[in-house]
Design a protein around this ligand. Sequence first.
Ligand SMILES: Nc1ncnc2c1ncn2[C@@H]1O[C@H](COP(=O)(O)OP(=O)(O)OP(=O)(O)O)[C@@H](O)[C@H]1O
Ligand SMILES: [Mg+2]
Length: 229
Amino acid sequence: MTLHLTSITLTYPDGDRTLTALDAVDLGVGAGEFAAVTGPSGSGKSSLLAVAATLIAPASGRVAVAGREVSELGPAARARLRRDHIGIVFQQPNLLASLTALDQLAVMAHLAGRSPRRAAGRAGELLDAVGLTGQAHKRPHQLSGGERQRVNIARALMNEPEVLLVDEPTSALDHDRGARIVDLLGRLTREHGLATVMVTHDLAQLGAVDRVYSMADGRLTEGAATRAA
Ligand SMILES: Nc1ncnc2c1ncn2[C@@H]1O[C@H](COP(=O)(O)OP(=O)(O)OP(=O)(O)O)[C@@H](O)[C@H]1O
Ligand SMILES: [Mg+2]
């Protein structure tokens, strides 16, 4: 398993009590596997991604990414693991307003200390792969919502991650554009051998995924919920 969460419990302080956001969650996603997590608002989906992304440490349980046990790593090693092995796509494309699509990607390689020339080549290939050939020179305000989301996805793949975590990639898009983003994620998952977890409210877009899980009150079960919020 490229991503392996075992018996994860996550709590947040909530006044003088604690709120259990994740309750004994198990999830394994292998290379080339596209998993979707659905469930109502507040059920713990983003919390699950934050734990898998090593951004939040769980109260208990184990997280393993690309063969590394996260709890055994210090903060610097954890940041390197995130940078080199995990691609993260947040709901809102948090692109930098002043950078072209190509530079949004190139800056990721720069942060990882990689060669600028190879980075420009890879950035161009990834923009082609997400259907943005000829748009590499555009800044975010010159792109549509769907195009911005595709830049966001290409950027997450810049440092060749093994794990791709995607939070509600289609919520700002109409149905057809959303479906195209999900198809794109499925294709990239297979072509790059990624272990992909996508959180989505949209049950209509689960056709392209290999496995569906649902989250309710912090508990994860396999299978689609009958109703997502
Ligand atoms: N930083 C935090 N501090 C305290 N409580 C939090 C924090 N983040 C999330 N929560 C709570 O944890 C629960 C799970 O939140 P989470 O964001 O994971 O839900 P979600 O399933 O992603 O919801 P949505 O579909 O609305 O994005 C909610 O009850 C939320 O209020
Ligand atoms: Mg969320």
